[in-house]
Design a protein around this ligand. Structure first.
Ligand SMILES: Cc1cc2nc3c(=O)[nH]c(=O)nc-3n(C[C@H](O)[C@H](O)[C@H](O)COP(=O)(O)O)c2cc1C
Length: 179
């Protein structure tokens, strides 16, 4: 073993990363979408997931205030929409409008599910942890949705082999597991 820098070590262990989207709403019900790599399952009973959201993000304000989010899982065909949501802020743009993604009403929370995603989870914030420049929001999953197709999950990839490169830009590369 040898000591190396943080950027060098990130390239060794943090890719590929399954990318997700989180949808939240403001007080008037206007929705925003953020792209997230940092997420995890945290509990089976009750079912819970956690997302790590930067404190500067508009989504951070919306989730802190609204205490609800949709965790939406994009398919392999959605890298351009994900890149847009991950490089623009809802403070300036309407991401549903700009990407053409379709909001559909959820059952138990105010943020809408995304029709084009392969999975949508309705989450109610059950706990928050300040972790430095990000906050981890743990959400209890109240309801599950899935699409009726077999698209592959979208991955944020590096330069490693074994993945099909789908596209990218602004320093991000997207792919899927090779068929
Ligand atoms: C592939 C990808 C993964 C990202 N992962 C995260 C993440 O885990 N946490 C985070 O706070 N921001 C992450 N970002 C950056 C946010 O998506 C980005 O800052 C976004 O513009 C914030 O939007 P908002 O201001 O509307 O909330 C990621 C971006 C991309 C493209």
């Amino acid at each position: 073993m040898r000591e190396i820098s943080r950027t060098q070590v990130d390239a060794r262990w943090s890719r590929p990363e399954r990318v997700v989207l989180a949808v939240s709403v403001d007080k008037e019900g206007k929705a925003d979408i953020i792209a997230l790599g940092w997420k995890m399952k945290t509990s089976g009973v009750p079912p819970m997931v956690a997302i790590s959201v930067g404190k500067t993000r508009y989504s951070h304000k919306l989730i802190s205030e609204g205490k609800e989010f949709i965790l939406a899982v994009p398919g392999e065909d959605m890298w351009e929409e994900v890149l847009y949501c991950g490089t623009h802020s809802g403070r300036e743009v309407d991401k549903f409008k700009q990407t053409g993604l379709t909001p559909l009403p959820a059952k138990f929370v105010r943020p809408p599910v995304i029709k084009e995603c392969i999975v949508n989870l309705e989450c109610k914030v059950a706990g928050e942890l300040d972790t430095g420049d990000h906050t981890v929001f743990a959400g209890e999953i109240l309801n599950y949705w899935e699409s009726e197709d077999q698209r592959r999950n979208l991955l944020s990839i590096g330069r490693e082999s074994g993945y099909e490169f789908l596209g990218g830009g602004k320093g991000y590369r997207f792919g899927a597991i090779k068929r």
